[in-house]
Design a protein around this ligand. Structure first.
Ligand SMILES: NC(=O)c1ccc[n+]([C@@H]2O[C@H](COP(=O)([O-])OP(=O)(O)OC[C@H]3O[C@@H](n4cnc5c(N)ncnc54)[C@H](OP(=O)(O)O)[C@@H]3O)[C@@H](O)[C@H]2O)c1
Length: 267
């Protein structure tokens, strides 16, 4: 039986690679972009039907209700990356990142779940971030949004498993998608954090450029979708298996220091 999947943010990086991988696995794939009309050839995967979605706009999210009622799999991939010292983060930017990374994706899941439950099959994949498991300075709003989406997935998971519907979170580490160029940043000219912030961002960008490919993450997402009993969390990139094992073994303060040193912050 042909399954239907909707992948948000299918015009770039992880979403584009996942949409292509799912077409290759025989799924009917809907992919989203804020502006599908303006996508260039490299921003479209063959065989994917593109729909408009701006997660920052509630009406745009609701407009997908009809499509979502019929999908078997939802991959909540689209997201905003953001960086700022907490003191200087504008309220609008904080509200927007939670709308785009949390409230929008949760609403999409709410629109998809009734049909999945009635058909007794469904998968919802939240694309989170390893920063939700390994917090980092100047990434508090982003990390908190990714922790929140994981919290929804973990919390609601056991509501749906009796119906054959599984919620799962995939946490990527550093992935070379060019997301650094699209990251929103907030720092004041006279900020006391300026030097520290710049050092962290330089390291973050370097780590992203040296990261694994989006195709590797797509393989993990496909494996999570195709698992009979998907796990609550999959992590991929940044040596995830070793890093999560160390987290279980080492005191939290040491793990915190290691994470910050990887981003050139001595603590
Ligand atoms: N790359 C990494 O190192 C990394 C690490 C951990 C987690 N992640 C997470 O993985 C996901 C994908 O990241 P990526 O690196 O592949 O990013 P990317 O290359 O920048 O792609 C982001 C996608 O999201 C869409 N998008 C952006 N803002 C949107 C909005 N307001 N409404 C709807 N769609 C929007 C973009 O589509 P349009 O511009 O066409 O609308 C694009 O297709 C994100 O949730 C990100 O937080 C990435």
């Amino acid at each position: 039986m042909e399954r239907t999947v909707l992948v948000t943010g299918a015009s770039s990086g992880i979403g584009l690679a996942t949409a292509a991988a799912l077409v290759a696995r025989g799924f009917r794939v809907f992919g989203t972009s804020r502006d599908p009309e303006r996508l260039k050839p490299g921003q479209r995967a063959d065989g994917v039907e593109y729909l408009a979605l701006d997660l920052g706009d509630e009406a745009s999210v609701e407009a997908l209700a009809g499509t979502l009622a019929g999908v078997d799999v939802l991959v909540n991939n689209a997201g905003e990356s953001q960086s700022a010292p907490i003191e200087e983060l504008p309220g609008d930017a904080l509200r927007r990142i939670f709308q785009v990374n949390v409230f929008g994706p949760v609403r999409l899941a709410q629109l998809a779940l009734p049909g999945m439950r009635e058909r007794r099959y469904g998968r919802v994949v939240m694309v989170g971030s390893m920063l939700a498991s390994f917090p980092l300075a100047y990434r508090s709003a982003y990390g908190a949004s990714k922790a929140a989406i994981k919290g929804f997935s973990n919390g609601a998971r056991q509501e749906l498993t009796p119906f054959g519907v599984w919620l799962t979170t995939v946490e990527p580490g550093s992935i070379a998608t060019g997301i650094s160029e699209r990251r929103t940043q907030y720092i004041r000219e006279d900020s006391p954090y300026r030097e520290d912030f710049a050092r962290m961002l330089t390291a973050l960008d370097r780590n992203e450029r040296g990261g694994i490919t989006a195709e590797r993450v797509a393989r993990t997402i496909v494996a999570a979708i195709e698992a009979e009993r998907p796990k609550a969390r999959y992590a991929v990139g940044s040596n995830a298996p070793a890093v999560f094992a160390l987290k279980r073994l080492l005191p939290a303060g040491i793990v915190e220091r290691i994470v910050h040193r990887r981003h050139d912050l001595e603590r």
